[in-house]
Design a protein around this ligand. Structure first.
Ligand code: NDP
Length: 434
């Protein structure tokens, strides 16, 4: 904390890992001898840069860009770019740090990184978004590459932004390096099922966790926060598995539809028209809209899937969910539950799928996109989806086994942290003090 003052989100992410690893250090003193943890919490490289651009009124605007290249122990840095006004060094570092362990859990050869900007895409014209992303890439391009660092999307960065960034990268490099970014459009090197991967993967993971206890999604009431990329495809897969998704949200408020949210309408509103979720009630007058996104956790449900942003489930919200009978929580977003909220879930025997494990499907399919780009061969939707499903089952198995090995039966927070850590730590030891 002394070395990184004020970086609360980063401290929170590190604390969660540290608390899980104590038994690992007792069993394997080599990790202490090689000072692995202290090396791991120091990013290999932090890049912060000015992003000047001109708005539609001809005014010059300035934003701050970041790329944190955290760990290249097991592969090129890999992790998304987030465009949101709340972005700062602490947020990017917490995301980059988590990414190291998540990427390790996927079994793919990818290191950890993250980046973004405090640019707010909301309310900006297409041309403004293009000018901003081109300016952003004009600095970022010199730090990335298919074997160096491979960014992707995150909050506020979808197919449109990736497309503009890819165009600018290609122009600056004068080289068609498809594998430099993932989440690309299908026409120019993207992978089928990448768009669906994080949401589908989260539901595959939760399904695995439920089945292990003789339960399924079928007939359950589900609440999903957010209405972006992760939320939409989590809702779709949960519905396909027979659940009823009764609520979703955006940063302004939430909608409730006891008959089950119509996902095609949400897709049209959010992916195509870029409108607010409140507009849903214009199509389904029996549904209700309530201002304030935090209220969504007061809706009784058996399964909660937080898919919006960090720390969206406070201790109070967790207690409310428990009091209302929640049986399982699956984190689609990164670090959506506070440390206190996780404690409440675990103490009340709620099945809890932590973000690092549950939302790793997105980056796993990004690594499959890189593989297709290298081989110059596109795979079908079914092939990618089947690989994703296998990867999520395997992450569940690894996390469960690691927890059991150290005496933390069913604690997937500890299990995922240990399983993700060991592989990276072993690679670091093999590669010497670098
Ligand atoms: P999107 O930008 O597509 O959607 C984000 C959603 O969350 C929107 O509905 C947004 O509402 C809401 N939201 C964002 N910030 C806040 C906030 N401060 N308070 C309340 N609601 C908020 O992002 P993604 O779906 O891609 O990402 C969602 C989460 O999933 C993030 O935590 C991200 O890091 C994580 N994730 C994403 C992956 C991916 O493949 N995309 C992979 C792994 C994790 P509004 O429109 O009002 O801003």
């Amino acid at each position: 904390k002394k070395r990184n003052p004020g970086e609360h989100e980063f401290h929170q992410a590190v604390q969660e890992i540290f608390e899980s690893l104590t038994p690992v250090f007792e069993k394997y003193p080599a990790y202490i001898q090689y000072n692995i943890l202290e090396r791991m919490v120091e990013p290999e490289r932090v890049i912060s840069f000015r992003v000047p651009w001109t708005d539609d009124n001809g005014r010059v605007q300035v934003n701050r860009g970041f790329r944190v290249q955290f760990s290249s122990a097991i592969g090129p840095y890999k992790g998304g770019l987030r465009f949101h006004p709340s972005v700062n060094a602490s947020i990017i570092k917490f995301l980059g740090f988590e990414q190291i362990f998540k990427n390790s859990l996927t079994g793919q050869p990818i290191g950890g990184g993250k980046g973004g900007s405090d640019f707010d895409p909301k309310g900006k014209s297409d041309n403004e978004v293009m000018r901003f992303t081109q300016s952003f890439m004009t600095e970022l391009y010199r730090h990335i590459g298919p074997d160096v660092d491979v960014p992707a999307g995150d909050i506020g960065v979808g197919a449109r932004e990736i497309g503009y960034m890819f165009g600018q990268y290609k122009r600056l490099r004068n080289s068609y390096e498809a594998g430099v970014l993932t989440g690309k459009g299908i026409a120019y090197g993207g992978s089928l099922a990448r768009k669906e991967a994080t949401g589908f993967g989260t539901v595959y993971f939760v399904d695995e966790m439920l089945r292990d206890k003789g339960k399924t999604f079928k007939g359950r009431t589900v609440v999903v926060s957010g209405s972006g990329n992760v939320s939409i495809y989590a809702m779709q897969k949960a519905t396909e598995l027979g659940a009823t998704v009764v609520a979703c949200s955006d940063s302004n408020g939430y909608i409730y539809d006891e008959n089950g949210i119509d996902i095609e309408t949400v897709k049209q509103l959010k992916e195509v028209d870029r409108k607010r979720i409140s507009e849903y009630v214009n199509f389904y007058p029996n549904a209700t809209y309530t201002e304030g996104c935090a209220g969504i956790w007061s809706i009784p449900c058996k399964i909660a899937l937080p898919c919006a942003t960090q720390n969206e489930i406070s201790a109070e919200a967790a207690q409310l969910l428990v009091d209302n009978g929640v049986k399982a929580v699956g984190e689609g977003a990164n670090m959506p539950s506070t440390l206190e909220a996780i404690d409440i879930f675990l103490k009340n025997d709620v099945l809890f799928a932590p973000a690092k494990a549950a939302n790793a499907g997105g980056v796993a399919v990004s690594a499959l996109e890189m593989a297709q780009n290298s081989a110059r061969v596109p795979w079908t939707f079914e092939e990618v989806d089947a690989k994703l499903h296998d990867i999520m089952k395997n992450i569940y198995k690894q996390s469960k086994e690691a927890a059991a090995e150290f005496g933390f039966e069913d604690n997937l927070v500890v299990g995922a942290n240990i399983a993700g850590f060991v592989k990276v730590a072993d690679a670091m030891i093999s590669q010497g003090v670098v």
